[in-house]
Design a protein around this ligand. Structure first.
Ligand code: 5GP
Ligand code: ZN
Length: 112
């Protein structure tokens, strides 16, 4: 198993876990681009949005709901935040394990 996010989820690679349930795990991005930069990752390895099946619809909805709760905890709810899923190389996806970026607060650098 070479996937870095699978290793974090399994505990083989250490990372402080902010949230975990049956479906997703959340931890801070190792290279944050803003004062809050959290990754909400599916517990099951799915390469990207391209590999999602119709039965994954509620999983994707759950990722957004978890992001919403974490945004509230981080004090971002009022001023706003971005939720981003990069899909494929041309979108800048570098880790091919489905994840949602929660980005908010002071931006370290601009992202489109
Ligand atoms: P992508 O570019 O695929 O949308 O996002 C992958 C993100 O994972 C990047 O923002 C990158 O900084 C982050 N990342 C890569 N390796 C690790 C790691 O080992 N630990 C954590 N916490 N984040 C990582
Ligand atoms: Zn994985």
């Amino acid at each position: 198993m070479s996937c870095i996010f699978c290793k974090i989820i399994s505990g083989e690679s250490s990372s402080k876990i902010l949230f975990r349930d049956d479906l997703v795990t959340a931890f801070r991005d190792i290279h944050p681009i803003a004062s809050t930069h959290i990754l909400i990752v599916t517990n099951r390895h799915i390469d990207s949005v391209n590999e999602l099946e119709p039965e994954d619809e509620s999983l994707v909805g759950h990722m957004v709901m978890v992001a919403k709760e974490l945004a509230k905890q981080e004090g971002l709810a009022e001023r706003g935040y971005r939720l981003i899923i990069n899909t494929g190389a041309h979108a800048g996806q570098t880790v091919f394990h489905l994840h949602l970026h929660l980005i908010g607060g002071r931006l370290a650098r601009f992202v489109a």
